[in-house]
Design a protein around this ligand. Structure first.
Ligand SMILES: [Zn+2]
Ligand SMILES: [Zn+2]
Length: 183
């Protein structure tokens, strides 16, 4: 859904979209499962810079919620996680600050995003918000045993024989060294 200032001149634009799974590429280990509903509104905020210069900012407020699948940080099995959030963001035309030459960014403005000449793509905004709202690391369960570092067996599913097998000779050498150090 492309939002342009022209659409917002008369009145705010109601947003009631459902982003289909597969529309957005999030990250290698993150997949959207099912539609992602987004509801809210976009409105025009006119910034006056001097008497003749005004800038069409777009303010977007919306909430979204959906089901995602992320890979467990230890065993790399897919884990379902619900993701929900809301945002209230202001977007300024990219050209506005480039042309003025003086790009005065105050503390309040750090939250300001930019939109290109064509307009603001709602999907881009939602994608970024989803990525920001995710936990940095997800486990399938708090005590996930992970994968065997040698054979790759998922240790939640079953054990492997690596523990019983003779260790790699290189580790034997190190173990011998440790014995010598102790004695
Ligand atoms: Zn796991
Ligand atoms: Zn193993």
């Amino acid at each position: 859904m492309l939002i342009t200032p022209l659409q917002l001149v008369d009145e705010p634009l109601q947003i009631d979209e459902a982003i289909a799974p597969g529309t957005l590429e999030y990250a290698a280990d993150l997949r959207q499962v099912g539609p992602l509903p987004v509801k809210g509104q976009a409105e025009l905020l006119i910034e006056h810079r001097g008497s003749h210069n005004h800038i069409n900012d777009i303010r977007v407020r919306a909430e979204y919620h959906g089901e995602f699948e992320v890979l467990c940080a230890r065993c790399v099995e897919p884990v379902s996680i619900p993701v929900a959030g809301e945002f209230d963001l202001i977007f300024r035309p990219e050209s506005a600050d480039a042309e003025s030459g003086e790009r005065a960014i105050t503390a309040d403005e750090t939250e300001i995003g930019y939109y290109s000449e064509n307009g603001l793509l709602l999907e881009d905004v939602v994608r970024e918000q989803v990525l920001l709202s995710l936990p940095s690391r997800t486990l399938c369960k708090p005590d996930c045993k992970g994968l065997c570092p040698r054979c790759g067996q998922n240790l939640n599913v079953g054990s492997c024989n690596c523990g019983d097998a003779p260790a790699d000779p290189r580790w034997n050498a190190l173990a011998g060294l440790a014995d010598k150090l102790v004695n």
